[in-house]
Design a protein around this ligand. Sequence first.
Ligand code: MG
Length: 243
Amino acid sequence: MKYKWLIFDVDDTLLDYQRVSKECLELLFQEISCPYDPRYFATFKEIDDRLWSRVQTGERTSADVIVQRFAELGQVVNVHLPPHRCSEVYGRLLSTVVYPVSNAHALLSHLSANFYLVAATNGTAAVQKAKLETSKMGHYFHRVFISSEVGHQKPAREFFDAVHCALDRPARNAMLMIGDSLTSDIKGALNYGMDACWFNPGRTRDSSSITPTYEISELPELIPIVENAQPGQALNCFANGES
Ligand SMILES: [Mg+2]
């Protein structure tokens, strides 16, 4: 088999972060005794996505973003939200509420028999480790890399270099990154010389210049890709037959 190392993103690849973040935002408002309007989530998501994209470009740090997003949300919806307390409560809630993506457990269980599985996630160590433990996924992974511990975020070359070094520098063409983000998972892996499989459950059409090696819309589609890929196989052959 071509690949020995399968590097998985976590949020919205193995765990349903969108569902959890929506639920946790409402729980946060309950805990700080603020009335909650379901429309707040769309605002929060816009702020969160924008701030995290600046982490990817190195303009902000994750420690900054997890607090700042509540300061901005409070301003936009005109509600007093103590940002540090909100960040602490929300982080705790995120650690305890997990919803695996469909077939995630079955996939990891199956693949762990024949591949080294690695988790590579942007986020804070305490929250990401707790999520992997709560979801009972942690034991599948040979190693777990979290950006707050690595000191760099995907897609930075330094992040992938830290992973590569810690794994004793396997051949890069024996490593496959699997993730839902074109701009962090896929771009970072391709730039580092690894193949990359884009998990695109919404079948989003993409107009960027980032071309993943494979594209899947459901996790089980990964199994024939990694079990059938042979060394030397040409790049850029989509799993769904597109080219
Ligand atoms: Mg993700």
